[in-house]
Design a protein around this ligand. Sequence first.
Ligand SMILES: C[S@@+](CC[C@H](N)C(=O)[O-])C[C@H]1O[C@@H](n2cnc3c(N)ncnc32)[C@H](O)[C@@H]1O
Length: 281
Amino acid sequence: MSSPHHALASSSDAPDAADPVKLADMWSVSGQLLHTEAYRRTHARLLAEAIGHREQKILDAACGMGFPMRELHDLGFTNLCGSDADPDLIAKFRALLAAAPATAQWRPRLMVATWQELPQRLPETFDVVLNVDAAIGFMDSWLPGEMRVGSTRIFARVVAVLRNFHAVTAPGGRFFIGLQKNNHKGNSFYPMHVGRMSIDGVPAEAQWDMTYDWTRRIKTWVNTVRIDDRAFSQTRQSYLFDLAELGDFLLAAGFAHVERLPTPDDLYEDILIAHRGDEAA
Ligand SMILES: C[S@@+](CC[C@H](N)C(=O)[O-])C[C@H]1O[C@@H](n2cnc3c(N)ncnc32)[C@H](O)[C@@H]1O
């Protein structure tokens, strides 16, 4: 893994208007702080148990730097494919695989694809499709673009993307989706200390401050990463819905039924498993 200095080396801590820090670089640091070894192990074992047979064809549609694909590979899953909108994170994923002796020979199929274009880019189906690590909570905020305004448009936008996940899930297959636990209607502000550790000998710390506007259905996320004595900060907005609403959206997108995969308190996301019916693709 590149050091945090290296990841954010060319960035400045200028105000957000210029937004000079790449989100992929911020994530490459805060992702490491969030995904401690214990976190990755607990999460991947939970998924592995729910997925079952190791030969199933699996797509991680928000694979980023490779969590949980790398852990599932370690647990014996043999047919893993990844996609993500961010080419920088996919490059970091490949670099991580190459750097570790256990994965240096593993060449999973990884492609740059947004959720909005998934069925066109991947005209095939998978037994299991993953969109975990609370990725859906960053929809339209990760990539620069036009965010929808108003709950009707926002909900339609989310359902349209869930339909794409339905399209790439095989008949009888399952779609796993994670949502941050703090996305619940009792919350108007949630300060989350992501973690603090030394990465390659450099002290690093991250804090996410999230403000929830349930009327506008917008979450404002202030992402601060401190490396040594420098602070890098970014503000992003994303759509806001809770777990019950996500369950309804999955049914509206065509899934036959939805169940909850209980997660322990120390995992920061709830996970829903949406089942595609046995109908022909
Ligand atoms: C919280 S991160 C999870 C990353 C991943 N688990 C990892 O190990 O790095 C959310 C991921 O969702 C991806 N993402 C966000 N919006 C997307 C979209 N519309 N289409 C595809 N990927 C998207 C981001 O690029 C990012 O990798």
